[in-house]
Design a protein around this ligand. Structure first.
Ligand code: MN
Ligand code: MN
Length: 369
């Protein structure tokens, strides 16, 4: 029987009723302060996702083993931020109230405020984990309080002191950093302190909203964004950090600030697709909201924490390469060594990194013996 041509993110074709994770796009970029284009982010990620695999060798998990529903993009009002945020909050609220995990694809970063408003209704003791190059703590930008440059400040208005945890921050006004020193838990430049933060939040069992502004990545890896900021993290570092955060009680998340039109090579979009896949897999396999969905076929036996934390090739390599950056990879190395898997990880990583060459050599060596 012929099927209608409805495009979803790769393998996110479960029925809504069955799904425990629901993605939706928020194609909004009306308050973008520099170069626009994030309104094209969700559709680009959805379309280009077919260029990657459903299987993650990092996590040894496959999107096809989980029930995920793609509810498409919201039709948002470009002339009114408040109306757009209202629509976003409504969509997130429906998903949350149905006991499912909302994963929003931006869009500029302001869209996070709508989803956080919805999450707070259900989880009043919400904490926010925020990855970004920018502090996003301005009280207003060009006279407007609703701007992607102010989004975490607006979140602070809602959750209060000590409940916003910021990582990779390397840009902002002096006043934003002053504000952070008194009101948020800001970690500059890297993921230093992330493992400790998540361990603490996990111990308290507090709900976490997880927002990833992709410009936390270095523009060398991710140029397709409106306000690129030199000095960012690498893909393996971000992936490892995602696997750390999802050890906590994450109840909703978003990935934002891809402007696909600003990287004609398509590499930024491909990276965003891969991050989205890894985030979905990490959520589906670990979040309490989704834990009932993992199918029986999923690799049994492996300790999720150990395998996830130890299987990110390049994260360890990045540590040594970037050792002069203050705090780089502290979360990674501390977590790995705490688990006692650092040596094994390194060996596995090099085997994976070398691709065909090393495997060919290994095979030849085996036959000779
Ligand atoms: Mn941001
Ligand atoms: Mn940013």
């Amino acid at each position: 029987m012929l099927q209608p041509n409805i495009e979803t993110f790769l393998a996110c074709d479960s029925a809504y009723e069955d799904a425990t994770l629901v993605i939706f796009g928020a194609p909004f970029d009306s308050t973008t302060s520099y170069r626009p284009g994030t309104r094209f982010g969700p559709s680009a990620i959805r379309h280009e996702s077919f260029g990657i695999e459903t299987y993650s060798p990092y996590q040894d998990k496959d999107l096809e083993d989980y029930a995920i529903f793609d509810s498409g993009d919201l039709e948002l009002c470009f002339g009114s931020s408040e109306l757009a945020l209202k629509d976003i909050a409504e969509r997130a609220e429906i998903i949350l109230n149905d006991g499912k995990f909302p994963l929003m694809i931006g869009g500029e970063h302001l869209v996070t405020l709508g989803a956080v408003r919805a999450a707070l209704k259900k989880y009043p003791d919400l904490h926010v984990i925020h990855f970004d190059a920018h502090a996003d703590l301005r009280d207003e930008y060009l006279g407007v309080p609703l701007s992607h440059a102010c989004v975490l400040r607006r979140c602070h208005d809602l959750v209060g002191d000590g409940r916003i945890h910021q990582f990779c921050i390397r840009s902002g006004e002096r006043e934003e950093f002053r504000f952070a020193s008194q009101h948020t838990d800001m970690h500059k430049f890297s993921f230093d302190g992330l493992a400790e933060t998540i361990a603490d939040l996990k111990e308290q069992n507090v709900p976490i909203y997880f927002t990833i502004d992709l410009d936390c990545l270095d523009p060398g890896f991710f140029p397709g964004t409106g306000t690129p900021e030199a000095g960012g993290v690498s893909f393996p570092e971000l992936l490892n950090a995602i696997l750390t955060v999802t050890q906590g009680n994450v109840i909703a998340a978003d990935v934002n600030e891809l402007a696909p039109n600003l990287d004609q090579s398509g590499a930024s979009t491909a990276l965003a697709c891969k991050i989205t896949r890894e985030l979905m897999l990490a959520i589906c396999s670990k979040s309490p909201v989704c834990e009932t969905t993992a199918k029986e076929s999923f690799v049994p036996g492996a300790n999720a924490t150990t395998s996830n934390m130890s299987s990110v090739p390049g994260a360890n390599a990045a540590t040594s390469n970037m050792s002069s950056v203050p705090g780089a990879n502290a979360a990674t190395s501390k977590k790995s060594s705490a688990l006692g898997t650092n040596e094994v990880t390194t060996a596995d990583s090099s085997a994976t990194d070398r691709d065909g060459d090393l495997f060919l050599y290994t095979s030849f060596d085996f036959e000779e013996n």
